[in-house]
Design a protein. Structure first.
Length: 369
């Protein structure tokens, strides 16, 4: 394997994280090897755990033990998940320390069925953070309108948050504002804790192109077709401009006095869905300082073998603005796209979670007979 992943961080300031987790990664030592290759953190979600738990026998004995001790199906699910999370946290803990708390994080998501229930999300996020009880854990909270207050409160309490399912520039600004507001509250209540808080804002990439390309192709105009494959990268570049603006100026300078860390943009959903596009597109085009790119295994391999190393996130901003603005000329309502993708993203995670709980419930019933 090449040294591209290490160079991505050392030369360009972008942290590559792995977007996957399963028990065998930990027990086989594979996750240690992945970290040594240059991967600097890890994200998980309900779909990842559905595939891991339903796709292998690695969890069977633990699940049997839990059920035999009268653990509920839901409690058993969390026990399975958190054993993997704790194992991953152990693997990345040395990097967390050596990086000065910049990297080495492992993310775990709250129950996705709470995505539109802000108060319950906050309760669940607190409980999850306290149950894991590790400095290098990030609690994932969806960036729904209902989730924004929970994010702000979690930050104000000194907890690390991975804000997930961001699809629009407008919602991204709300996420950054919530982070800063949370830090400002923490700076009043416990200023010594500000420097220990970390957060990333997970901007989903490939799904944007998939949806907008569909609309452009339906339009059929040559101008519309020329914009296919541009929307996701352009929006991310504009988001990065917003990031640089937000984390500068007098307001942020006050928080810097307390050692505050910027909330880094994290590029998520970076495997290409369209076979016509290069399989490293959503890495190559989004490289820049103070960013994270969370990569599924296939994209880690692709970028390691043939990725292009160059700072690209700040290139061709005028073109990005122009092309992004042109979408409306061809009937693309980006606000409508973002709202739809958010709903679908939440529903997808809910479906994975509910299906896995259903399967585990059936297994528990079978074991109890």
């Amino acid at each position: 394997m090449s040294d591209r992943l290490n160079r991505l961080f050392s030369e360009y300031g972008q942290s590559p994280w792995l977007d996957n987790l399963k028990r065998s990664y930990i027990t086989s030592g594979e996750l240690d090897r992945v970290r040594a290759s240059g991967i600097r953190g890890l994200t998980s979600n309900p779909t990842i755990f559905q595939k891991a738990i339903q796709g292998s026998d690695d969890y069977t004995e633990q699940f049997k033990s839990l059920i035999s001790s009268n653990s509920s199906t839901l409690d058993s699910y969390w026990a399975l998940v958190l054993q993997d999370i704790q194992g991953a946290l152990d693997v990345f803990a040395p990097l967390y320390e050596s990086s000065g708390c910049l990297d080495g994080f492992v993310s775990v998501e709250v129950d996705p069925n709470l995505a539109n229930k802000g108060d319950q999300t906050l309760i669940a996020a607190r409980q999850l953070d306290e149950r894991v009880n590790r400095d290098n854990v990030m609690i994932k909270i969806p960036a729904t309108a209902e989730g924004i207050p929970a994010i702000r409160t979690m930050i104000s309490e000194g907890r690390n948050v991975n804000v997930t399912l961001i699809f629009s520039l407008e919602r991204y600004q709300q996420v950054m504002d919530a982070y800063i507001q949370g830090l400002e509250l923490l700076a009043v209540s416990a200023p010594q804790k500000v420097a220990g808080v970390a957060s990333v804002a997970s901007f989903f990439i490939s799904r944007v192109d998939t949806d907008i390309d569909r609309l452009l192709e339906a339009n059929g105009n040559d101008g519309a077709l020329a914009l296919c494959g541009t929307a996701a990268v352009n929006q991310a570049k504009l988001a990065y401009q917003m990031f640089e603006k937000t984390f500068s100026g007098m307001r942020w300078s006050e928080l810097l006095k307390h050692g505050a860390l910027v909330q880094r943009p994290l590029w998520a959903s970076t495997s290409t869905k369209n076979v016509k596009y290069p399989d490293t597109l959503y890495v190559d085009a989004l490289i820049g300082p103070n960013t994270v790119n969370t990569l599924p295994d296939v994209t880690v391999e692709a970028f390691s073998n043939r990725g292009n190393l160059a700072q690209t996130i700040t290139k061709d901003i005028d073109l990005a603005n122009t092309q992004w603005s042109q979408l409306k000329d061809f009937g693309v309502d980006v606000a409508d796209v973002a709202a739809r993708l958010e709903r679908e993203g939440v529903k997808s995670f809910q479906s994975s979670f509910d299906e896995l709980i259903s399967v585990l419930t059936a297994k528990a019933t079978e074991l109890n007979q």
